[in-house]
Design a protein around this ligand. Structure first.
Ligand code: GDP
Length: 205
């Protein structure tokens, strides 16, 4: 079982999905450590960081999962995706292909997380690398995609200069709180225990 560090604050699991290189671990690192280029983790296939924060006066423990080394850890997807309270679908505004792949990431998440009501699930879309000069994806196209997918929240972020990173995670929390205020977020029973999974990724699921 995983419990919030502060037993009074609910624990929310948030997962970042998107193509390799769009900046998922940089966003997570920026949000949790407020640093850009010194990654604390990313050496094994799947990892998470915790952060305690307050949103609209409520204390929250956030557990943010990154998906580095996706391919190697393919079979971990089910326990990894399940129990997520929010999915941050991430692309890079300077990489059109990463935007085109958003739909696949969303479908994959819905399937492996076994979402019963995908339309009720809080997806938030992040267009990262806002600081770059050459955009390949316009803000309008991204906003349209979000409208076409049921009115998802959209944030343009830069992990490099910290633009909108905190706002995006806070909005994710607000969406979780709005959609789902149940007390059973305090404990997750289906969190994967990486200590028993490492090195044996074919034995799972
Ligand atoms: P991941 O594979 O999605 O986790 O992507 P990473 O976080 O490893 O980032 C991939 C590359 O993009 C690295 O070289 C980062 O330094 C760079 N990067 C990440 N976020 C940004 C950003 O907001 N702006 C710019 N210019 N580069 C970024």
């Amino acid at each position: 079982h995983t419990q919030a560090m502060d037993p009074k604050s609910p624990l929310f699991k948030v997962i970042l999905l998107g193509d390799g290189g769009v900046g998922k671990s940089s966003l997570m690192n920026r949000f949790v450590t407020n640093k850009f280029d010194s990654h604390l983790f990313h050496t094994i296939g799947v990892e998470f960081l915790n952060k305690e924060l307050e949103v609209d006066g409520q204390s929250i423990s956030l557990q943010i999962w990154d998906t580095a080394g996706q391919e190697r850890f393919r079979s971990l997807r089910t326990p990894f995706y399940r129990g997520s309270d929010c999915c941050l679908l991430t692309f890079s505004v300077d990489d059109a292909q990463s935007f085109l792949n958003l739909g696949n990431w969303k479908k994959e998440f819905i399937y492996y997380a076994d979402l019963k009501e995908p339309n009720m699930f809080p997806f938030v879309v992040l267009g990262n690398k806002l600081d770059v000069d050459k955009r390949q994806v316009s803000r309008e196209d991204a906003q349209q995609w979000c409208r076409d997918h049921g009115g998802l929240a959209y944030f343009e972020t830069s992990a490099k200069d910290a633009t909108n990173v905190a706002s995006a995670f806070e909005e994710a929390i607000r969406r979780i709180l709005t959609l789902d205020n149940r007390a059973d977020h305090l404990i997750y029973t289906n969190m994967v225990d990486l200590s028993t999974q490492r090195g044996s990724d074919s034995s799972c699921c």
